[in-house]
Design a protein around this ligand. Structure first.
Ligand code: NAP
Length: 280
């Protein structure tokens, strides 16, 4: 058996097309959508990611300002910049890029992003609202998990989903989004005992860990759906997921690829959130 490939490219393209149309309408109506990405790191892969957001924004007709405060920025500098961008009526979406300078915490600083402009769901208020079932922007990566599953017609109601990872940017918000869709959710982490037995009991496994190849065939029940959120750089400049695709594809019913799965949908959703924020 070889698992069906749940590509993210088609849903991402559909979201980008719809977003570009909405951005053109907003611009014509005098509200050109604008996204600000605050950077305080010299990290190479972060710079690559920010360039890819800026390129995608430009193609969709969204202005993207990269506000580079440099790796020496203090928490106070970052907080003030986020607050100023939040107060700027010409800016509709604000993202704080990670990694952050030593000692700075995303959850702490992101509370300075107005929740209406928090297009990557980093403000703890957004996570709280999500948990309470109130409108809020979810972190784009967490939402991308559901978008891919929906696009490929994977049913969630009543099904057992195991999420591996409990970060505030992926694991926890994904678990809340899945709960809001009536899945039965088990959240696993580094202290989970007998992880393979827990995940092998699930209909759907979401791997958001940051450990290349952690999820092998043993972690997956025959026919299960597997979403690989992991993006782990390889020595040759490539990207691998948290799932050992070769062994898991022989057992799972369906699997998202890396690259070409969650990643492109994440970027597309950030842009969709920005035009939604400009619409409010
Ligand atoms: P993170 O903050 O480092 O969290 C990792 C989570 O995995 C933690 O909850 C940790 O448990 C758990 N974990 C670590 N080792 C484990 C193990 N051996 N067994 C079970 N659980 C384990 O990472 P993140 O920011 O959530 O990102 C997760 C992955 O998604 C990374 O590969 C990242 O690059 C990728 N990512 C992709 C996108 C995209 O657009 N595709 C966006 C964001 C992130 P504890 O809580 O117990 O420490």
């Amino acid at each position: 058996m070889s698992a069906t490939v749940l590509s993210g490219k088609e849903p991402a393209a559909a979201i980008r097309t719809e977003t570009a149309a909405r951005a053109a309408e907003l611009t014509a109506a005098g509200t050109p959508p604008r996204l600000a990405v605050v950077v305080a790191t010299a990290d190479e892969s972060s710079a690559w990611y920010v360039r890819s957001i800026a390129r995608a924004a430009e193609k969709a007709g969204i202005t993207c300002d990269v506000v580079d405060l440099g790796p020496g920025a203090s928490s106070s500098d970052i907080r003030h910049k986020l607050a100023a961008l939040s107060a700027d009526e010409n800016v509709h979406g604000v993202i704080l890029q990670t990694p952050l300078p030593e000692g700075a915490k995303l959850e702490d600083l992101a509370s300075a992003i107005a929740f209406e402009k928090d297009v990557d769901g980093a403000n703890p208020l957004s996570l709280g609202r999500l948990a309470a079932g109130l409108p809020a922007f979810a972190p784009a990566t967490a939402e991308a998990v559901l978008t891919i599953l929906d696009h490929h017609g994977v049913e969630l109601t009543g099904r057992h989903v195991a999420v591996i990872g409990r970060s505030n940017v992926v694991g926890k918000p994904a678990a809340h989004l899945l709960l809001n869709r009536n899945a039965t959710v088990t959240v696993c982490h580094s202290r989970t005992r007998d992880l393979a037995a827990v995940t092998a009991a699930a209909d759907v496994v979401v791997a958001a860990v940051g450990r290349p190849g952690l999820v092998t065939a043993e972690y997956v029940r025959t026919g299960a759906v597997v979403v690989d959120v992991g993006t782990n750089p390889t020595e040759d400049g490539g990207l691998v997921g948290d799932v050992d695709a070769a062994s898991v594809a022989e057992k799972a019913g369906a699997l998202t690829p890396v690259p070409g799965g969650v990643g492109p949908v994440t970027t597309a959703l950030l842009l969709r959130h920005t035009v939604q924020a400009a619409t409010h």
